[in-house]
Design a protein around this ligand. Structure first.
Ligand SMILES: CSC[C@H](NC(=O)[C@H](Cc1ccccc1)OC(=O)N1CCC(N)CC1)C(=O)N[C@@H](CC1CCCCC1)[C@@H](O)Cn1ccccc1=O
Length: 327
């Protein structure tokens, strides 16, 4: 069995990627943000204060004949951008791209931080990192993909994200026609519960490859490509009008600049992010914000959407490896 669901950018900046998910019986369809950087499936619900839920689609467990409350269970999560949410837990049938998982933990939000209230493009998240990162207490719950994987044709899923266009999340199969190059696999380290891998070098534009070991995660829930300062400074050194803008907390440059590409090693291959994807978004007038920024203070590098958009990414749980193919 397999599943295939389209995704689309949440706005004109590709800030997030949204996929419709069916929950309960009869199906309640919610637009959710798939996040390979976390492990909780949580939704705005009938238990979310109505002032916070305004503008969001909600899940109402009492309207689903297949919902069951997980008594005594609770969850609470804070993300890298300091947004947060918490609540209680139900199980219900959750279908993504035509594939159904029964008894999936659906974490219902009784509290959401202001960023979630304001961001009406999503009604919650589907965590697709490893099960160990799930926050439900007293008993951790499995991710949708973990529950699905034993029934899928193959324990893999792929992310195909595109700039200002539809893409897909495919489960149980790899559609190699989505890529232009071969898939190169690298092992993941599972200790932190992420799709974590090491990249051994990088290159800027057509320049020579520089040895630099990057310990990073493939994270569909992070908008930008966040790497070590030395790499980021070297990159914007090649952008004539670039400067670090304290108010924007990142490098900005003249929107009309022709940005160099950025390549990173995946095993013995490289993935090249075209400069056009690094010209992320206008901030004001003719000044644009970069899609490559510093990972300082996070403690790990994050290959977010800006990097994933350049590739077909294979999340292979069966073989505990990550595959990257140029698009
Ligand atoms: C340094 S992790 C920062 C990252 N959050 C972002 O990337 C947000 C995403 C966004 C964009 C637009 C509206 C709302 C939210 O966007 C920006 O921060 N942007 C984009 C717009 C830019 N102008 C400024 C910078 C982040 O916490 N991701 C987590 C998932 C997010 C949470 C917020 C809702 C969307 C999904 C997550 O995978 C990061 N994680 C990864 C590993 C471990 C823990 C952890 O928590």
């Amino acid at each position: 069995q397999t599943g295939s669901a389209p995704n689309h950018p949440s706005d004109s900046e590709d800030d997030e990627y949204i996929t419709n998910v069916s929950i309960g019986t009869p199906a309640q369809v919610l637009p959710l943000d798939f996040d390979t950087g976390s492990s909780d499936l949580w939704v705005f619900s009938s238990e979310t204060p109505s002032s916070s839920a305004r503008g969001h689609t909600i899940y109402t467990p009492s309207k689903s004949s297949t919902s069951k409350k997980v008594s005594g269970a609770s969850w609470s999560i804070t993300y890298g951008d300091n947004s947060s949410s918490s609540g209680d837990v139900y199980t219900d049938t959750v279908s993504i791209g035509g594939f159904s998982v029964t008894g999936q933990a659906v974490e219902s939000a009784t509290k959401v931080s202001s960023q979630f209230v304001q961001d009406t493009s999503n009604s919650g998240l589907v965590g697709l990192a490893l099960d160990s990162g799930n926050t439900v207490k007293p008993t951790k719950q499995k991710t949708w993909f973990s529950n699905a994987s034993s029934h899928l044709a193959s324990p893999v899923f792929t992310a195909d994200l595109n700039h200002q266009a539809d893409g897909s999340y495919n489960f149980g199969f790899i559609d190699t026609s989505l890529a232009s190059g071969p898939i190169t696999y690298v092992p993941i380290s599972t200790g932190n519960g992420f799709w974590e891998f090491t990249s051994s070098s990088y290159a800027i534009g057509g320049g020579s490859s520089k040895k630099h070991s990057t310990d990073g995660i493939a994270d569909t829930g992070t908008t930008l490509l966040l790497l070590d300062d030395t790499i980021v400074d070297a990159y914007y050194n090649q952008v004539q009008s670039a400067q670090y803008d304290d108010s924007q907390e990142g490098y900005t440059f003249d929107c009309s600049e022709d940005l160099p590409s950025f390549s990173f090693a995946v095993g013995s291959s490289t993935i090249t992010v075209p400069g056009s994807l690094i010209n992320f978004a206008p901030v004001d007038g003719n000044t644009c914000f970069g899609g490559l920024q510093s990972d300082d203070g996070i403690g790990i590098s994050i290959f977010g959407d800006v990097a994933i958009k350049a590739a077909l990414v294979v999340f292979d749980l069966g073989n505990k490896r990550l595959g990257w193919a140029q698009k």
